[in-house]
Design a protein around this ligand. Structure first.
Ligand code: WQD
Length: 333
C-alpha cells in the first residue's frame, strides 16, 4: 500500500486520517511540531488502530529538520495538514502565518522534489472561495482568492497557487487539493477529538468548552441573518468522513492538479447545532445572542458532487452522529 508522511498528523483532522490510513494498510510517519496538538495522541492512535506511527517532532519551517525526515523516510506520498489555522489570530499575526504556512510548505515541496516523492494531498479550505454566490453553494469551478477576508485564508489560497505553479514545472507530480468545509465530530471510540491548545475560534470546540463549564455561555454571533432561523448556516462534515476522503484522494491521485470540495452539501444553522448538541447531551447549553462576528457570511455549503463523481466519496455521517461522538469524547476526556 505504500508509506505516507502526514505533516500535522497529530492534529484533529490529521490524527483521524492517520487512523484511516493505518486501517487501510498504509505505513505512516508523522511530522508535527505539537504547536496545536498533544503527544498523547500518538498512544491513542495506537490504541484505536493497533499501530504507533513513527513520530518526528519537527517544525516544517526548519528546512534541515524536514530534509532529514525525507532523507530517511522513503515516502510514497505526503498528506500535508501542518499549518496555523486560527482565522482571528492570523489577522493579528500575518507574518507568522505566511512564514509558517507558506514557508513550511515550500520546505516540504523542496524535500519531496529532492527525494522523488511525487504525490501530495493538500489540506485546503472552503475559505479560499471568499464571498460565495447568492446561493451560498460553492463548487470547484468558482473563482478563488479575490475576497478572502483574512491572512489564514490567503495562505491557503496562495499555497494552492504555488502547487499549481509547481505542477507546471513538475508535470509528473500528482497534486490533490481538498477544500474542507466545517469539520466536526470525532472517532466513535471517543478516544480522540478536537482539542485545540488555547482559546478556540470554531463553534464546536467552543460548545465543548461551554458544556465543560470552562466557558460560561456560548455567544451566538447574530440572529438577524437572512436564513431560516436568523443564524448562520454552515456545512458541518464529520471528521471521519473527511479522513476517508483523503484515502480515496490518495488512491485516485493522478498527475497534474485536482481540486475537490469535501462537504456534505447540507447546511445547519448555529441554533440547530446548539439544539442537536442539547439533544445528544440531554442538557441545556447556556447561550446568548451576541452581535455579528465581522467577516461571517450567512450561508456557506459545499456542492460535493465532484468528489462523489470522481473519487466515489460521499459523506456518510450527519450532524447528529457528530454530536453523539462529541459527547462520547467529552465523557471520556
Ligand atoms: C461557524 C458558525 C459563526 C463561534 C472557519 C474558518 C474556515 C474553516 C472552518 C479552517 C459561524 C458561529 C462560532 C461562536 C458562533 N477553518 N459561531 N459562536 O467561520 O464557518 O469557518 O472554520 O479551514 O477556514 O473560516 O467556522 O466554527 O468559526 O463558525 O455563533 O462562539 O458558528 O458565526 O456562523 P467558520 P466557525
Amino acid at each position: 500500500m505504500g508509506k505516507i508522511l502526514a505533516t500535522g498528523g497529530m492534529g484533529y483532522i490529521g490524527s483521524h486520517t492517520v487512523i484511516e490510513l493505518i486501517n487501510r494498510g498504509y505505513e505512516v510517519e508523522i511530522l508535527d511540531n505539537l504547536f496545536n496538538s498533544k503527544v498523547e495522541v500518538l498512544d491513542k492512535i495506537e490504541k484505536i488502530a493497533g499501530k504507533k506511527p513513527v513520530f518526528h517532532q519537527v517544525d516544517m519551517t526548519d528546512a534541515e529538520g524536514v530534509e532529514k525526515v525525507f532523507a530517511e523516510g522513503n515516502f510514497d506520498a505526503v498528506i500535508h495538514f501542518a499549518g496555523l489555522k486560527a482565522v482571528a489570530e492570523s489577522v493579528k499575526k500575518p507574518l507568522e502565518y505566511y512564514e509558517t504556512n507558506i514557508g513550511g510548505t515550500i520546505n516540504i515541496l523542496k524535500s519531496m522534489k529532492s527525494h522523488n516523492v511525487k504525490k501530495i494531498i493538500f489540506s485546503s479550505s472552503a475559505t479560499v472561495y471568499g464571498e460565495p454566490p447568492a446561493s451560498g453553494i460553492l463548487d470547484e469551478t468558482l473563482p478563488t482568492g479575490r475576497t478572502i477576508s483574512n491572512p489564514y485564508g490567503r495562505t491557503k489560497y496562495m499555497i494552492e497557487e504555488i502547487l499549481k505553479d509547481f505542477s507546471v514545472s513538475n508535470p509528473d507530480f500528482e497534486i490533490t487539493i481538498l477544500r474542507y468545509f466545517n469539520p466536526v465530530g470525532n472517532h466513535e471510540s471517543g478516544l480522540i477529538g478536537e482539542d485545540p491548545n488555547g482559546i478556540p475560534n470554531n463553534l464546536m470546540p467552543i460548545i465543548m468548552k461551554v458544556s465543560k463549564g470552562e466557558i460560561a455561555e456560548l455567544n451566538v454571533y447574530g440572529d438577524d441573518y437572512d436564513t431560516r432561523d436568523g443564524t448562520c448556516i454552515r456545512d458541518y462534515i464529520h471528521v471521519v468522513d473527511l479522513a476517508k476522503g483523503h484515502i480515496l484522494a490518495l488512491e485516485k491521485s493522478k498527475q497534474g492538479v485536482s481540486v475537490f470540495n469535501l462537504g456534505t452539501g447540507t447546511g445547519t444553522s448555529v441554533l440547530e447545532m446548539v439544539n442537536a448538541f442539547e439533544k445528544a447531551s440531554g442538557e441545556k447549553l447556556p447561550y446568548k445572542i451576541a452581535p455579528r462576528r465581522p467577516g461571517d457570511l450567512a450561508m456557506l455549503c459545499a456542492n460535493p458532487s465532484k468528489a462523489e463523481r470522481e473519487l466515489g466519496w460521499k459523506a456518510e455521517h450527519v450532524v447528529e452522529d457528530a454530536m453523539r461522538d462529541t459527547i462520547k469524547y467529552l465523557r471520556n476526556a
